[in-house]
Design a protein around this ligand. Structure first.
Ligand code: NAD
Length: 498
């Protein structure tokens, strides 16, 4: 059986802890590899190695750092199919979807190639007599990223791209469910010319995560995953004085106004609700039609579309979505469907019984659709993270606006309408971090920032875009006087600019 170790000091090394986790192939249900789970001592060794390497990398001029990223883009494009195949086989998503996962990560690397410009400081000449002020951005040192299973290429790149461009060394602790692609990305960075020790992949579970959180040589932690773990990481990282940005789970609503183009809306809901088997933090999991007529029209069109979803293997190019990541994930999602029925919601489409012919041990389930879901139900309040869409009927716009605004999660939201006034009002008032107007998955492009509110995001500063440069650098401000011709004498009160 293939074993996956760690990537430390520029090469793959074997795990020494003796502990391993199974890496499944969700489409067959087989164990395809064992991944090493790092001990605290292995993590410490990786951090020390990274700290040593970081000094020279931090002193490398930003243009040269950018060139490594440019070369990496070229190599990742060369290996695109290989990366997508590994990603689909470990995660379960289809190959075209896996390519999108890689592409959205590479776009942040492209953004990070602008680091010579992005890291420029400020300068004020003549802020006082003979006084100039300037600011500079400096790398933090060693920083870490802890990432989820559902975007094993995109989210690691969102983190290590800007961090490394800024001159930091990076420790990536990817999900133990699908570590193959992060390992391949690290190898490509070395091939692109990154010095050993600047990007390290340390595989593991809670022991490795806690070792990151308690390590005083790690200056910042970026986390993406479920909300309880996000909150735990935020609090424990802060206890050792680290910067922390921790992004959590989601319950993304789509509001459907009476004037929405219903065919386009249904297309959007089908893709955003069921794509990647609903295992996306920006998946639409709640549809909110406004008014009874809108709700009835929506259900009439939605039911046959959910019934005819094509579930296939990860390598079937015609599949709408593939298997879920693990058997536990399938059991958890099916359990939520049972809960919804008990709570009194109407199960309009039941995909629980789906079996994939020839792949009976794979982690499949069909699409499920609930109608008449209410806001007191667990299936509304909690993140299900599977191919299940809940329809909550709202009487009017105000009620529809209040639903995502009052929800504990606040990652993404969308409104479908032809009314510019309603859309503008909604975008301004809704209490959610990312808003789509006739766009179901409003993931901002790389040069804007990505981040949810409330239980979907702990800490400040978002991922990618200008915030990522702020997060991975510290600002130093220099006040300089060159006093030729300026005579002031001693001053005992607080200095003021004259
Ligand atoms: P998860 O929280 O189980 O795991 C995320 C990471 O935390 C993994 O690296 C894992 O090894 C580690 N981890 C798990 N349990 C831990 C513990 N007890 N102590 C310390 N570390 C632990 O999340 P997941 O199942 O991999 O990913 C799915 C979740 O991620 C969903 O909730 C989804 O909404 C969320 N997500 C959020 C975003 C976002 O940007 N907000 C993006 C993608 C995914």
């Amino acid at each position: 059986m293939r074993t996956i170790g760690h990537f430390i000091g520029g090469r793959e090394v074997e795990g020494k802890s003796g502990r391993f986790a199974d890496v499944f192939e969700p489409m067959t249900g087989e164990v395809q590899a064992k991944v090493a789970l790092a001990s605290k001592a292995e993590m410490r060794a990786a951090v020390l190695n990274a700290a040593e390497a970081q000094v020279a990398w931090g002193n490398t001029n930003p243009q040269r750092r950018a060139r490594v990223l440019m070369k990496f883009l070229e190599l990742a494009n060369r290996d695109y199919d290989k990366l997508a195949d590994c990603l689909a086989r470990e995660h379960g998503k289809t190959v075209p979807d896996a390519k999108g996962d890689i592409q959205r990560g590479l776009e942040v690397i492209e953004f990070a190639c602008g680091i010579p410009h992005l890291m420029k400081g400020e300068y004020t000449e003549g802020a006082g007599p003979g006084i100039d002020i300037y600011s500079m951005r400096q790398a933090l040192g060693v920083v870490a990223g802890i990432t989820p299973f559902n975007f094993p290429a995109m989210i690691p790149m969102w983190k290590f791209g800007p961090a490394i461009a800024c001159g930091n060394a990076f420790i990536l602790k990817p999900s133990e469910r699908d570590p193959g692609v992060p390992m391949m990305l690290a190898a490509l960075m070395i091939e692109a010319g990154l010095p050993p020790g600047i990007l390290n992949v340390v595989n593991g579970d809670k022991e490795a995560v806690d070792a990151i959180l308690d390590d005083e040589d790690i200056k910042a932690v970026g986390f993406v995953g479920s909300s309880p773990i996000a909150q735990y990481i935020y609090e424990r990282a802060a206890a050792t004085g680290k910067r922390a940005q921790c992004f959590g789970g989601a319950k993304n609503h789509a509001i459907i106004m009476p004037d929405a183009d219903m065919d386009q809306t249904v297309d959007a809901l089908i893709g955003a609700g069921y794509g990647s088997a609903g295992e996306r933090c920006m998946a639409i999991s709640v549809a909110v039609p406004v008014g009874k007529t809108t709700a009835d029209r929506l259900m009439e069109k939605l039911i046959p579309r959910v019934e005819s979803l094509k579930i296939g293997t990860s390598v079937d190019p015609s599949a709408d979505f593939g298997p879920l990541v693990t058997k536990e994930a399938v059991d958890r999602v099916k359990n939520y469907v049972d809960i919804g029925i008990k709570e009194g919601a109407t199960l309009a489409v039941d995909g629980r019984g789906f079996k994939m012919q020839g792949y009976e041990n794979g982690f499949y389930m069909g699409g499920c659709l609930f109608d008449n879901v209410t806001k007191d139900m667990r299936i509304y309040k909690e993140e299900i993270f599977g191919p299940v869409l809940s329809v909550v009927r709202a009487h009017d716009y105000e009620e529809a606006l209040a639903l995502p605004s009052d929800h504990d999660y606040g990652n993404g939201v969308a409104i479908f309408t032809r009314d510019g006034d309603a859309a503008r009002d909604f975008a301004a008032k809704v209490n959610v971090g990312m808003v789509g107007i006739n766009v179901p998955i409003p993931v901002p492009i790389a040069y804007y920032t990505f981040g949810g509110w409330k239980k979907s995001g702990f800490g400040d500063l978002n991922q990618h875009g200008p915030d990522s440069i702020r997060f991975y650098t510290k600002t130093k401000t220099v006040t300089a006087r060159w006093p030729s011709g300026v005579k002031e004498g001693a001053e005992f009160s607080i200095p003021l600019m004259k």
